[in-house]
Design a protein around this ligand. Structure first.
Ligand code: HEM
Ligand code: NAG
Length: 322
């Protein structure tokens, strides 16, 4: 009797400790759906792979969705909600409008997942897995994705505008926007390596290629050919963020920065005589250290303020609240 009551106290103490140990993401786990949806990973992967086979850029677009989801009140699928006559979502916030893409692919993944395990997997978790599968498909590192997030019933266009960093940001602004979500300067530099894939619109790099001096002049010349100086019809013309291998996930992004060939003002801020130069140099020299820091940082980003327990919901359709 004495033994069983003291072990009861021990278990009680342990559960208290686990519940209040301070980690807001204590409930996320890489095996969260292993019983409830054993086919989850293969289902997501096959849809992501076929989308990327059709268009390699889609891998970049899916990775960016995860970033833009996580930076606005946690990774909660809020970016996926459509605007309606009585609901303002995040899709028309400045960083997303005419820019964020891949929503149809997320819908396709969700339909495929609903077929194998209806009502079980959140849209927020689908975005997290699709981002990982995209990086892997384009030649980058693999990692175990932590899962168990629930979907938001709210979204915030204002928070999307203020929390997602702008390409006009200077180094201090970049550091502080990442520190706002618990990410270090080193995490910020590693995550920026995502710009080793994907495209940007002329409107986001025009000022850099016409007006800045910390840019390679032949690179600027090349980019000017498809991005007219004056605002207007060329605004949505695209250029690769990584001039060397725009569909390969590698460390060429950092090598470009060493040569003043960062496409965005914010990219070149990471190597412009400041405190992050040494980190950029080290990633440019080592694919391995970039890969391992990128993985650590993206897992950390995914831990940002998840909805768990009875908060939020498991959406049926990623575009709408249930
Ligand atoms: C450091 C601050 C960052 C800034 C200022 C920034 C800004 C931008 C901008 C302006 C674009 C081009 C959008 C357009 O022209 O339509 C872009 C594209 C992209 N960003 Fe970032 N970004 C940042 C960090 C990140 C992070 C952390 C990730 C992911 C981990 C990421 C992933 C991407 C990808 C993959 C694309 C290409 C998307 C596509 O081709 O559809 N970015 N970013
Ligand atoms: C370059 O800078 C000048 C002077 O600030 C400004 O008037 C002009 O609009 C800028 N051009 C571009 C393409 O940003």
């Amino acid at each position: 009797m004495a033994a069983s009551s003291s072990s009861f106290v021990a278990i009680l103490t342990l559960s208290f400790f686990l519940a209040f140990s301070g980690s807001v993401n204590a409930q996320l786990s890489t095996t969260y759906y292993s019983k409830s949806c054993p086919k989850l990973f293969s289902t997501v992967q096959s849809t992501v792979q076929s989308a990327i086979s059709k268009e390699a850029r889609m891998g970049a677009s899916l990775l960016r969705l995860f970033f833009h989801d996580c930076f606005v009140n946690g990774c909660d699928g809020s970016i996926l909600l459509d605007d309606t006559s009585n609901f303002i979502g995040e899709k028309n916030a400045a960083p997303n409008r005419n820019s964020a893409r891949g929503f149809d692919v997320i819908d396709n993944i969700k339909s495929a997942v609903e077929k194998v395990c209806p009502g079980v997997v959140s849209c927020a978790d689908i975005v997290a897995i699709a981002a990982r599968d995209s990086v892997v498909k384009l030649g980058g590192p693999n990692w175990n994705v932590k899962l168990g997030r629930r979907d938001a019933r709210t979204a915030s266009q204002a928070a999307a505008n203020s929390r997602i960093p702008a390409p006009t940001s200077n180094l201090n602004q970049l550091v502080s926007s990442f520190s706002n979500v618990g990410l270090s300067t080193r995490d910020m530099v590693a995550l920026s390596g995502a710009h080793t894939i994907g495209q940007a619109r002329c409107t986001n790099f025009r000022a850099r290629i016409y007006n800045e001096t910390n840019i390679d002049s032949s690179f600027a010349q090349t980019r000017r050919s498809n991005c007219p100086r004056t605002t207007g019809s060329g605004d949505n013309n695209l250029a690769p963020l990584d001039i060397q291998t725009p569909t390969g996930f590698d460390n060429n992004y950092y090598k470009n920065l060493l040569q003043k060939k960062g496409l965005l003002h914010s990219d070149q801020q990471l190597f412009n005589g400041g405190s992050t130069d040494s980190i950029v140099r080290s990633y440019s020299n080592s694919q391995t250290s970039f890969n391992s820091d990128f993985v650590a940082a993206i897992i950390k980003m995914g831990d940002n303020k998840p909805l768990t327990g009875s908060n939020g919901e498991i959406r049926k359709n990623c575009r709408k609240r249930n």
